[in-house]
Design a protein around this ligand. Structure first.
Ligand SMILES: Cc1cc2nc3c(=O)[nH]c(=O)nc-3n(C[C@H](O)[C@H](O)[C@H](O)COP(=O)(O)OP(=O)(O)OC[C@H]3O[C@@H](n4cnc5c(N)ncnc54)[C@H](O)[C@@H]3O)c2cc1C
Length: 519
């Protein structure tokens, strides 16, 4: 039954499986690998994208073509398709977004998980999740300690101070000059500036598929169907019986004892909605059966909004293979909790990032971005048609909340101080769009933030966890979908609120937890 690396035999789709895992991304790779550790358990992992994943250019540079869904999102408070549009390029490949991402290996902060627990998600406090964060990593710098793990599947390391690129060293010096203290381990949750932990082996990103799935690929009880897109889950009498999928132009109905959706915060709500699991009125309006009336499906879409300050690098600042992500700062602009990351992105070439390529021309770009960590704005992802080929409506509504706007303005001011600091200023040949006057003036800054804010592809929250009786909750604290026995969601969708960090490690952590409950 083993899929090996030699391709998938279509007749396996006629078998009955104990578990079907939908989506082979950060969470799905972990879940399929963990469940198939039980030799008698037959596990099918279904992935819409291809196998294997590509590597990219400089370390930490994301893959934005060839291995991505070509979704488009509306950024601001406009109807989908109207207003400013942004390519929403989440991963479509084995490893999912972990195979195309920036390889920044940061955990959510203790306050994030304590907040989930306080909102009624029992068992998700920091004390509950820390053992899993420790268990997933092999941290080359801190090893086995109260906070870190030394022997997990995912390698994590930080760049050594003497090996930082010119831009990263200048950024950290600029932070110091701006009054931001050093924070050598950004995974200890505090504020300060420091080297970015990365899930890299040498120059290469280590995806969840590399770390978890690859070592499991020869197991006889695990099969991986690539290029197979699940259209809906099959439900009879309130119990899941399998999935319907499209592969090589054919429709298959695959039988399963349990189904877990790990299709990501865009993919999972769409599968649920196509299965008639969502707001009943919306299902009926699309001509779908009403399988479970869960109005929260597709709501609560959260991403980290970022406002970048882009510059063309001065000659000689960026070497060809300088990593993209080596240094950042986490700061609290209002109150005690960190609310903004100042993220350096260096050595960006050509058209790598939507929107900026044309401005940069042949120059290497460097950006210091203000990324809002705990946004309040919420968007939606919805089917526009029952046809699985129809593009979804993704409406981000970034920075539409007044508090988000205000904190992003604070963040841009902090980023500007670093950009203009004596150590960092020589890194930039010229800075685009922003001027001292814009940053100083409240009215101009507010308008600029609203106009320049971008998503960061950290979609979360669209099938959120919550206690029974919470109308917007889609799954319970063990990630079981309300009203459908045998169906779970275990991916970025279930986060009640987004963590104050990029989301990959948190998705791996929550899949480890789901696997523990399902074994
Ligand atoms: C460009 C980019 C850069 C990022 N940078 C970072 C970073 O540096 N650090 C960080 O921590 N986070 C980063 N993130 C975010 C992080 O990678 C994601 O939050 C995380 O990988 C999501 O995990 P997931 O399991 O929820 O979904 P994914 O990893 O996206 O996996 C979902 C999988 O399901 C598949 N799928 C979807 N629909 C179907 C279907 N109907 N049938 C079958 N398969 C389906 C998809 O093809 C995909 O492989 C980045 C994301 C992107 C896109």
């Amino acid at each position: 039954m083993a899929a090996g690396t030699g391709g998938f035999a279509a007749e396996l789709l006629d078998r009955t499986w104990d578990d079907v895992v939908v989506g082979g991304g950060s969470a799905g790779s972990v879940l399929a690998a963990r469940l198939s550790q039980e030799p008698g358990r037959r596990v099918l992992l279904v992935e819409a994208g291809t196998d294997p994943a590509p590597q990219s250019g400089p370390p930490g540079s994301p893959v934005l073509t060839g291995a991505n869904w070509d979704h488009t999102a509306s950024v601001g408070d406009t109807e989908p398709g109207a207003g400013r549009q942004y390519p929403y390029l989440v991963g479509k490949v084995l490893g999912g977004s972990s195979a195309v991402n920036g390889a920044i290996a940061l955990r959510g902060l203790p306050a994030d998980f304590d907040g989930w627990a306080a909102a009624g998600c029992a068992g998700w406090s920091w004390a509950d999740v820390l053992p899993y964060f420790r268990g997933l990593e092999a941290d080359a710098d801190y090893g086995d300690s109260a906070l870190h793990g030394g022997h997990g599947p995912l390698p994590v390391r930080r760049p050594a101070p003497e090996r930082l690129s010119k831009a990263a060293a200048a950024f950290l010096a600029g932070c110091r000059a701006a009054g931001i203290p050093d924070r050598p381990d950004l995974n200890d949750g505090g504020t300060g500036a420091g080297p970015i932990p990365g899930n890299l082996a040498g120059r290469h990103r280590v995806s969840a598929a590399d770390a978890y799935l690859e070592p499991a690929r020869e197991r006889p009880n695990l099969a991986v169907a690539d290029r197979a897109e699940v259209t809906r889950v099959l439900v009879t009498g309130g119990r899941v019986t399998g999935v319907e999928l499209l592969r090589d132009g054919r429709v298959h109905q695959v039988r399963a004892g349990q189904v877990t959706l790990c299709a990501g915060a865009i993919g999972s709500p769409l599968v649920l909605q196509r299965s008639g699991i969502g707001a009943a009125a919306r299902s009926a309006a699309l001509g779908l059966p009403v399988t479970a009336d869960l109005p929260g499906v597709g709501g609560n879409l959260i991403d980290h909004p970022m406002v970048p300050v882009w510059s063309a690098a001065a000659p000689g600042v960026c070497a060809d293979d300088d990593p993209w992500h080596e240094a950042m700062a986490r700061i609290a602009t209002t109150g005690d909790l960190p609310d903004v990351n100042l993220l350096l992105v260096a050595n960006v070439r050509g058209a790598a990032i939507p929107g900026i390529g044309a401005v940069l021309g042949s120059d290497a770009g460097i950006s210091v971005g203000a990324l809002l960590l705990a946004p309040r704005s919420r968007g939606t992802v919805e089917l526009t048609d029952a046809d699985p080929k129809a593009a979804p409506a993704i409406r981000l509504r970034l920075a539409t909340d007044e508090d988000d706007l205000r904190r992003l303005m604070n963040g841009v001011r902090a980023a500007w101080r670093v950009v203009r600091s004596a150590p960092f200023a020589p890194m930039a040949a010229r800075t685009f769009l922003w001027t001292e006057r814009m940053v100083e003036d409240d009215t101009l800054l507010r308008r600029a933030v609203a106009n320049f804010v971008t998503p960061t592809w950290h979609a979360a929250g669209t099938a959120r966890m919550g206690p029974a009786g919470d109308d917007g909750a889609v799954v319970d604290e063990r990630l079981r979908v309300y009203g459908v026995t045998g169906l779970r969601v275990a991916d970025a969708s279930v986060m009640p609120s987004i963590v104050r960090a990029p989301t990959n490690l948190t998705c791996i952590m929550l899949a480890e937890r789901a696997a523990g409950w399902m074994r």
